[in-house]
Ligand binder design. Sequence first.
Ligand code: ZN
Length: 264
Amino acid sequence: MAKSILELELDPGAFVLEELCRLCRKPVENDFLRSFSEDAPAGKLLAFLNRMLPVEQCEKKAPRYSPYLTICLHCSSSLDLDKVRESKLDFDDASITVLSAGSYKGLLRDLIRTCKYMDDKLLAVDLGRYLAKCLIANSSLPQEKLLYLIPVPLHRKRLNKRGFNQALVLAKELGRLTNIPVRVDLLKRIKDTTPQFGLSLEERRTNLEGAFALSKTNRDDVSTIVLVDDLFTTGNTLIECARPLIDSKSGQRRFYAFTVCRAD
Ligand SMILES: [Zn+2]
């Protein structure tokens, strides 16, 4: 019976990450390879070796390790892959097709809140993983060519405080699993807006006006844009992100947005 390098050479149990499940606080047991960044040479080498050897495939066999870094196997089974929710946001002469992996409630809401308020970068990776799995399972990925993921940018001040942009972490994992390139050179946040939470609908709109602008880099090769964010509420953030991207010589663009959750 063919075995993967994991089972032949290494005992994954010896390489358990010291991460506690963000939902039940018990240790998460991950597949050893997942603890490596794709960018790290050791991770690349091991991933390559693992692909070279046939892996035993048996759908009936229950998985031994969690497919996530911060959610244990038990809790991940409660986090069912949902039907993708599709919404349309119209603005000016354009529109954005928003695809969300789930509703902002239950376990998913707990995870989004932990990620946001505890500045949990590893959890942001998992949310990107969840979003990718959901989009793939529902065959919801756009088929256009020259498709790029653009994470909703964070202002420099906020970035310095938090240390990372969760939308970028999400987009990177999403890009890795879907093979859609991530572009961070096109859009920047020029206004340090106050958090949207607690503002009225009108205040939310004016708060974000002119918050985003194009970066100077050449952008003519981009035809379809997918904005990436954790949560979709009123859609103002997505619209304000898309607005500067539409005022371009290259003319009409198609806009999508992938979000982990939709508030409904
Ligand atoms: Zn758990």
